[in-house]
Design a binder for this molecule. Structure first.
Ligand code: G6P
Ligand code: MG
Length: 222
C-alpha cells in the first residue's frame, strides 16, 4: 500500500538539470576537460564536490588540484548555476509535474524531497511548489550521496513511512540505484535504456500520473 512519494527535483520536477549541466560544462571547458553526453549523464543526481571529482577524473586530472582549489572551482560552478536560476519561474516545471504533485497532495499522500542539491529550497519556492511538500531531506546532513540509498531511506523516515510504502521518482542512474537500495518502488523518468534498473519506466514526465503508477504497480505484482 503506497502512502507517500519521495521526489528528486532536478530533471524530475523541473528542467533545472539542464542548468546544472550548463554550469558544469562551462567549468569543464575552463579545466580543459572535454564535455560529453556520457559525462553529463554520470553527473546527474551527484552532489557538488563529487561531481567536480568525477569531471576531473574523467579528464585524467584527479591529482592536479589541491582541496582549496577544488573548493574554489565548486563555488564557481555554483555561481554559474545561481546566475542561471535568476530567471527561473514556473515555465521550467516539467510537463504534467505541477498537476501530478497537486493531485497526490489532494489524495492525501505524503510528499518529501530527496534532492542532493543545496539549492533545492530556493528552486521549489520559485516554482511555487514548496507548499505541497511535507518534508525535505537536507543533503548536508547525509553521510553518503546517491547512489547510496541514504537520502531515499531518510525521505521515507521523515514522513514516518516504511520504504515499502513509498514511491521514489528519479531521472538519474545514480538516483534509481539509491531508490532501489532503500526498498522503495523506483520510477525512472527518461530513456529506459539508461534507466533500465528502475521498477517502472516512463519516457517523460507527462506520463507520470497516479493512474499510470498504480497500473504499473499492479503489473509488477502480477
Ligand atoms: C542534484 C543535481 C546535480 C547537482 C546536485 C548538487 O542532484 O542533479 O546536478 O550537482 O544536485 O546540487 P547543488 O545545487 O547543491 O550544487
Ligand atoms: Mg535529478
Amino acid at each position: 500500500q503506497i502512502k507517500g512519494f519521495v521526489f528528486d527535483l532536478d530533471g524530475v520536477i523541473a528542467n533545472t538539470s539542464a542548468y546544472h549541466a550548463q554550469a558544469w560544462h562551462q567549468l569543464a571547458d575552463e579545466l580543459d576537460v572535454t564535455w560529453t553526453e556520457d559525462l553529463g549523464n554520470q553527473l546527474k543526481g551527484v552532489g557538488r564536490m563529487d561531481s567536480l571529482n568525477l569531471i576531473l577524473k574523467y579528464g585524467g586530472k584527479e591529482n592536479d588540484y589541491t582541496e582549496d582549489e577544488k573548493i574554489k572551482y565548486a563555488a564557481e560552478k555554483n555561481d554559474n548555476y545561481l546566475k542561471l536560476l535568476e530567471s527561473l519561474d514556473k515555465s521550467v516545471i516539467l510537463p504534467g509535474m505541477g498537476e501530478f504533485i497537486k493531485d497526490i497532495a489532494d489524495h492525501h499522500y505524503l510528499i518529501s524531497l530527496a534532492s542532493s542539491s543545496k539549492n533545492s529550497p530556493r528552486v521549489l519556492e520559485k516554482l511555487d511548489l514548496a507548499k505541497y511538500f511535507n518534508e525535505r531531506v537536507d543533503p548536508v546532513t547525509l553521510k553518503h550521496g546517491k547512489p547510496d540509498p541514504e537520502i531515499y531511506t531518510r525521505g521515507a523516515e521523515i514522513l514516518n513511512l516504511k520504504p515499502e510504502e513509498c514511491v521514489g521518482l528519479e531521472d538519474a542512474v545514480a538516483g534509481v540505484k539509491a531508490i532501489n537500495g532503500s526498498g522503495e518502488t523506483s520510477v525512472g523518468i527518461g530513456d529506459p535504456k539508461i534507466l533500465h534498473e528502475a521498477d517502472i519506466n516512463f519516457n517523460d514526465t507527462s506520463e507520470v500520473t497516479l493512474e499510470n503508477i498504480k497500473k504499473a504497480m499492479d503489473q509488477m505484482s502480477d
